[in-house]
Design a protein around this ligand. Structure first.
Ligand SMILES: [Zn+2]
Length: 367
């Protein structure tokens, strides 16, 4: 067993650690307020991000989302697929508890936050909300959950801050000192969308194209836009931020630098739907490119461009040639099926081995 990624001392003995805290994402799983396994529901916008996390498209309400029923096989596979936001053995029990303490505090605080005009302040000390969000982005990066800091000194710096501040008791978390002083190197914008029973968010980490000096994440009904280079409002060029249109609303927001209470803006359901559609179209128009990046990440081997192209063309063949981004979005929604994508990858690869004698995956077997 490896050592815990946070303290680097204890054995990583904890099972089922949440990469993304449950309270942030549970409404995207729960139907009619029910929680727990078996009730997970995700608005199925992105087959690629589903595929990336080894998750299949989820059955309920699928008809209204994609216009067809799921097969029995799809449903059976969904039941067997664990919640993808959870990972075993990367934290020790103690660190899992330390993360849980700050999560609970933050979850309570954000649920009690009151609107002041269209803005909301989270009613806890700013260093605590800052530590909470740093703990989220650190977990995403350390588990490579669709995103990893290219500069690994950032991940290590954040780990070091978290490890030296988080505690089993909130009162034991320092509110000043060398580690807290380092929080100001990191900044973020936060936006929360109004949701309801039908409109569900998803987890969309920043694509390579979206990564500038800002890293925008959609996490269910939150947009979290992180930076470690640009932490003063007056320096920020909003044109640099590409968060599916959320950036258009940031002029009325303020970047959180850990020096005053966390500030976030709220956007309504209609805006949320627009943002989700924008995400879907943007994603679809770059699907082939994304597929290449994801397959190469998945197999940890550079897949030939021609291979990716062949898989992509086979995948979209039933709908016809791709033309416009909106046509692409439509066909992605119509053909959304991870199982089918996987079987195309296998067939195409078998062809590559047999016909082109190009077994570029080496010893990796496609199961
Ligand atoms: Zn630990």
């Amino acid at each position: 067993m490896c050592n815990c990624e946070l303290c680097k001392q204890n054995k990583a003995d904890n099972k089922g650690s949440h990469i993304i805290p449950n309270f942030l994402i549970q409404s995207s799983f729960a139907e009619n307020g029910k929680e727990g396994r078996g009730n997970e529901l995700i608005f199925p916008i992105s087959i690629i991000s589903d595929f990336r996390f080894g998750r299949t498209v989820l059955p309920e309400r699928i008809h209204q989302a994609i216009g067809r029923e799921l097969s029995d096989e799809d449903i059976e596979k969904n039941v067997k697929t664990p919640i993808p936001y959870v990972k075993d053995y990367f934290l020790c029990t103690n660190c899992e508890k330390r993360l849980g303490v700050i999560e609970k505090l933050y979850a309570d605080a954000i649920s009690k936050a009151n609107a002041i005009d269209n803005y909301i302040e989270t009613p806890i000390s700013p260093h605590l909300s800052h530590l909470f969000w740093l703990s989220v982005i650190w977990r995403i990066s350390v588990t490579n959950f669709g995103f990893k800091f290219q500069d690994n000194t950032i991940e290590e710096d954040i780990r070091n801050i978290l490890n030296n501040t988080l505690s089993l008791k909130i009162d034991d978390i320092p509110n000043s000192g060398i580690y807290i002083a380092r929080l100001k190197k990191y900044g973020y914008y936060l936006t929360k969308f109004e949701e309801d029973d039908v409109i569900k968010g998803l987890y969309a980490p920043p694509t390579k194209r979206q990564q500038t000096s800002f890293y925008p994440f959609l996490i269910n009904n939150y947009a979290f836009i992180f930076t470690y280079q640009n932490i003063n409002d007056y320096n920020i060029d909003k044109n640099e931020i590409h968060c599916f249109g959320v950036e258009d609303y940031l002029n009325r927001s303020r970047i959180n630098k850990g020096d005053s209470k966390e500030f976030f803006n709220c956007l309504d359901k209609e805006t949320f739907i627009q943002i989700l559609k924008y995400q879907s179209v943007d994603h679809a128009s770059h699907m082939e490119e994304d597929l290449g990046v994801i397959l190469s990440d998945y197999f940890e081997i550079q897949c030939p461009k021609e291979f990716v192209h062949e898989v992509f063309m086979t995948y979209i063949a039933p709908i016809g040639k791709r033309s416009t981004p909106s046509k692409n979005a439509e066909l992605v929604l119509q053909t959304l099926n991870q199982h089918r994508l996987w079987s195309i990858i296998k067939t195409t690869y078998e062809k590559w081995v047999k016909e082109y004698d190009n077994a570029f995956l080496g010893n990796i077997s496609l199961e």
